[in-house]
Design a protein around this ligand. Structure first.
Ligand SMILES: *Cc1c(COP(=O)(O)O)cnc(C)c1O
Length: 409
């Protein structure tokens, strides 16, 4: 590409064209639900009519349905710094966190039975903490989930910790943990790590292998655009893959599912983290969504994301003095989202949506904007800031209709 051409000026023009972006809407919520990749609808339709419709049950073999979790896992592995064969797909992120933590605790218990702390932080997503509490309470081995402030995590890693369980990018503020540093610290103290990549996968470069992470999991409906309820992924480091004991010992994680043995024998490698029948239609949509990433370098995504989030901060701070930045100011210390606090955050967010700018609200007071360079550029960022300025300066948010809370915020 010659410098100065339109494509060089906007390296993501090609990827933007691959999405269905409804006219009149600036979509800054791809950190919660990525937009529809144009090819996904046809892919799902073909899977239904040509494979399910025509091939019927034969498609499990003929159309590669049974291997789809590993094939698609390999496509995601490339985006998160994982070797081929270390990632598999299925279920929801909550379930994959349960499996990762369960396997990590089991490994930790056999190595050091006196360690009983699962260390996490208050920036973690509630489901991760709920799942961890539910798991350790039902294990009945005296484990506890210890939750500290994000800034205190490093200092709290000591020889009582069995597993360090963190979400790399804080869903509310975008604050980014240093995965390599904290993983090394955990390992020095003799603990294992579980990383949640919900706001990392597709948002910034991740190097699971380089960081030495033990387990990781993430969802695919956020920055990876796999669609509502798209299946989650789980990563197991190669050194644990044949030793990790699946706490959900499902038949499709068995070494020979169709032998129908009454005794459980885990499959070799990460495939043991499969549980039951793969969600074939959802995997088809995700597979089409991952086509968008072919040829995209995560370093380019990161460079564009840092520039765009910085632009958003500058624009909003210049135009809307009442909004307080809730994200780290240094782009290197945040993921691909920016949040602002305001006591009327919910109403402001609803007013924004009514004016065509879709972000979202996270209790108690954060307005969140996800910036996905695959389909968001400087024009959208400036446009959104201009509409936000009008909503603030004319108090357009101050309307009872914007205070009515919907079930999903
Ligand atoms: C989005 C998100 C989840 C959601 O879990 P599901 O089981 O897919 O509903 C979990 N953890 C984190 C950190 C998230 O951001």
């Amino acid at each position: 590409m010659r410098p100065g051409t339109a494509a060089a000026a906007d390296p993501f023009a090609a990827t933007r064209a691959l999405f269905h972006l409804p006219p009149g809407i600036i979509y800054l919520d791809g950190n919660s639900l990525g937009p529809l990749p144009k090819a996904a609808a046809a892919r799902v339709a073909a899977t239904m009519t040509e494979e399910w419709g025509e091939r019927l049950i034969r498609a499990w073999n003929d159309a590669g349905w049974m291997d789809a979790p590993e094939r698609i896992g390999n496509r995601i592995a490339r985006l998160i710094g994982a070797a081929p064969g270390t990632v598999t797909m299925g279920d929801t992120l909550s379930i994959k966190i349960y499996q990762a933590l369960g396997a990590a605790l089991d490994l930790a218990r056999s190595a050091a039975p006196d360690r009983r702390v699962v260390l996490s932080d208050s920036g973690n997503f509630p489901t991760d903490l709920y799942v961890a509490s539910g798991l350790v309470e039902t294990m009945g081995q005296g484990h506890v989930v210890k939750v500290v402030e994000p800034e205190e995590v490093e200092g709290a890693i000591d020889e009582t910790v069995a597993v360090l369980m963190l979400t790399e990018v804080d869903y509310r503020t975008g604050r980014l943990h240093d995965m390599a540093r904290l993983t090394a610290k955990a390992h020095d103290a003799g603990a294992l790590t579980v990383w949640d990549l919900a706001h990392s996968a597709g948002a910034l470069p991740v190097d699971l292998a380089g960081a030495g992470a033990d387990f990781a999991a993430g969802c695919t409906y956020k920055y990876l655009n796999g669609g509502p309820g798209a299946p989650a992924f789980i990563y197991v480091a190669p050194r644990w893959a044949d030793r990790a004991r699946p706490v959900l010992s499902g038949w499709l994680g068995h070494a020979a599912p169709f032998a129908f043995d009454l005794d459980y024998r885990p499959a070799a490698g990460t495939g043991r983290m499969r549980v039951g029948t793969p969600p074939v239609l959802a995997l088809a949509a995700l597979d089409a969504a991952l086509d968008v990433w072919d040829g995209v370098a995560m370093d380019d995504v990161r460079a564009a994301s840092m520039a765009l989030t910085a632009l958003l901060v500058d624009e909003v701070e210049a135009r809307c003095p009442d909004l307080v930045l809730a994200s780290p100011r240094d782009p290197a210390r945040r993921g691909s989202q920016v949040s602002f606090r305001h006591p009327e955050g919910y109403a402001i967010c609803q007013a924004l949506i009514a004016h065509g700018v879709i972000g979202d609200f996270r209790a108690p007071d954060a307005i969140r904007f996800g910036i996905a360079p695959l389909y968001i550029g400087a024009d959208e960022v400036r446009g959104a800031a201009a509409i936000l300025e009008r909503i603030m300066s004319e108090r357009l948010w101050d309307d009872p209709a914007f205070r009515v809370r919907a079930a999903v915020t």
